[in-house]
Design a protein around this ligand. Structure first.
Ligand code: SF4
Length: 474
């Protein structure tokens, strides 16, 4: 699994379609292309204009949906979600979309990101009588919408979102409309496309290519867009906005064939590799990238330095979540499931190993060891992002500060721990230069908080962040 190899765990992916007779099937294909953003659960809610129907479950999109299940989901509109747990427990009840039925109407919600004041809002809502069915912060948004008391849904959502702080790319479905919204900092990507006369929305544009849709526009921070049979209506729920797109979308999370704010992810990563090569050159024989997300940066590093790029590391693509993992004893005997070093490429060579990030250092240490065991004479580790020294509160599991190796150890100490011959990171300026966003704001419209500690939103005391305590990094 991608997340297990790289250790920085993605948040979630959302997808939606309005005005297509095969809405559920289109959503299935869309979610499949967003699978890298979450592998723990998947769900689809479909609307036939009279009622909403839901199918969801734990596991990969392919595990959750069958042709037979999809054939029972008739309707011309749908929203879907792939989940990785960052807030709330990893169980069926927290799988999204969340569907709420009432006497008058139904509401389905799918959300990518994290609400940083979810705990405080939940406490307040419970005090006022709300009963929560899940531990997901998405349910907080639903309760706020339902309690807003405005006669129309758009105003209720707008009102609810003014109370919510943090990161959210949100897709809502009711019987007669699909509504999408992006937080005022635009921390997560969200794009709109067209498939014939139908509208589609997706966390990443790679989903549009898979289903044959055309990109129309990125949803802008603070926008609330209603799509119904009359077309698309763009509205705002916040006039104060400050685009702070997660830099790690470019570095690691998004798929190389996606574009975010007009920048192709593969090209951005290649540029990061180029800038890294200028900032931290090294004499070597081959450059290799840790699959999959570091390959683009490794190609850029190789192009800039003239050192040949080689496939020095191979990923075993068929290790599924149900695969029987080797015991500790077998692992010690050298049974490696996820990555292998290519002896014929690295033996006797000075190898530049490009990786996109180091979180705990355990994966990098294992890969350096693997390359050395395969005969590499020297291993020079080059990281195509700055050291991660602060936790993320916006839906990325970067572990607690204490678990981030760069927050507790110097580069020299980390180098020693990795057992490599040299170690260099990209600078923050190099990161912004490499991504090359055309934005005049000081951070080029990017969130850099895990590198700099400068968070684009108010954040709350650690006790308010259950998600800051969960799960490991790499
Ligand atoms: S803190 Fe880091 S991982 Fe989190 S949104 Fe900001 S750049 Fe992305």
């Amino acid at each position: 699994m991608r997340a297990e190899i790289k250790g920085l765990n993605e948040e979630c992916g959302v997808f939606g379609v309005w005005g297509h007779e095969d809405a559920a099937a289109i959503t299935y294909y869309g979610l499949h292309s967003l699978q890298h953003r979450g592998q723990e659960g998947a769900g689809i809610v479909v609307s036939d204009k009279e009622k909403l129907k839901i199918q969801k479950g734990m596991g990969l999109v392919n595990d959750v949906f069958s042709e037979e299940k999809l054939s029972r989901m008739n309707g011309s509109a749908a929203i879907g979600h792939v989940r990785y747990t960052t807030a709330g427990d990893s169980d069926f009840i927290n799988c999204q979309p969340l569907l709420f039925n009432s006497q008058t109407s139904s509401l389905a919600l799918a959300h990518n990101g994290n609400i940083v004041n979810a705990t405080a809002l939940k406490r307040q809502l419970e005090h006022q009588g709300s009963i929560f069915q899940t531990t997901s912060d998405t349910e907080v948004i639903a309760h706020l919408i339902k309690r807003s008391g405005y006669p129309n849904l758009t105003d209720s959502i707008k009102n609810a979102l003014t109370m919510v702080k943090g990161a959210y790319a949100l897709a809502c479905l009711v019987e007669d409309a699909m509504i999408v919204a992006l937080d005022p900092n635009g921390l997560r990507p969200l794009a709109i496309g067209k498939l014939g006369d139908a509208y589609v929305v997706s966390s990443e544009t790679c989903a549009f290519d898979i289903i044959g849709a055309e990109f129309v526009r990125d949803v802008q921070p603070g926008e609330l867009i209603t799509i119904n049979d009359e077309g698309m209506h763009i509205d705002r729920f916040s006039l104060t906005t400050n685009r702070s797109l997660c830099s790690m979308e470019y570095v690691y999370f998004a798929r190389p064939d996606s574009n975010v704010d007009g920048i192709n992810i593969h090209m951005a990563r290649k540029n990061l590799g180029r800038v890294l090569a200028k900032e931290a050159p090294v004499e070597a024989d081959v450059v290799t990238g840790v699959p999959d997300s570091s390959i683009s940066a490794a190609i850029g590093f190789a192009e800039e330095t003239g050192i040949p790029y080689e496939l020095g590391l191979i990923k075993n693509r068929y290790v599924g979540r149900t695969f029987i993992q080797p015991s500790q004893a077998l692992r010690e005997q050298g049974v490696k499931m996820k990555l292998s070093a290519v002896r014929g490429v690295v033996e006797g060579k000075r190898v530049v190993m490009v990786d996109d990030s180091i979180v705990r250092g355990t994966t990098a240490r294992r890969i350096v060891k693997m390359l050395k065991e395969a005969g590499a004479k020297e291993v020079h580790v080059r990281i195509s992002s700055p050291p991660i020294v602060n936790p993320c509160y916006y839906g990325i599991d970067t572990s607690t500060k204490g678990e981030l190796i760069a927050s507790t150890k110097s580069t020299e100490a980390i180098l020693e721990e990795l057992g490599a011959d040299s170690l260099s990171y990209l600078s923050v300026d190099g990161l912004m230069e490499g991504i090359g966003r055309d934005d005049s704001s000081p951070n080029c419209g990017q969130c850099l908080a895990c590198f700099t500690g400068s968070y684009p939103t108010e954040i709350f005391p650690e006790a308010d962040h259950p998600y800051d305590k969960v799960m490991g990094g790499k």
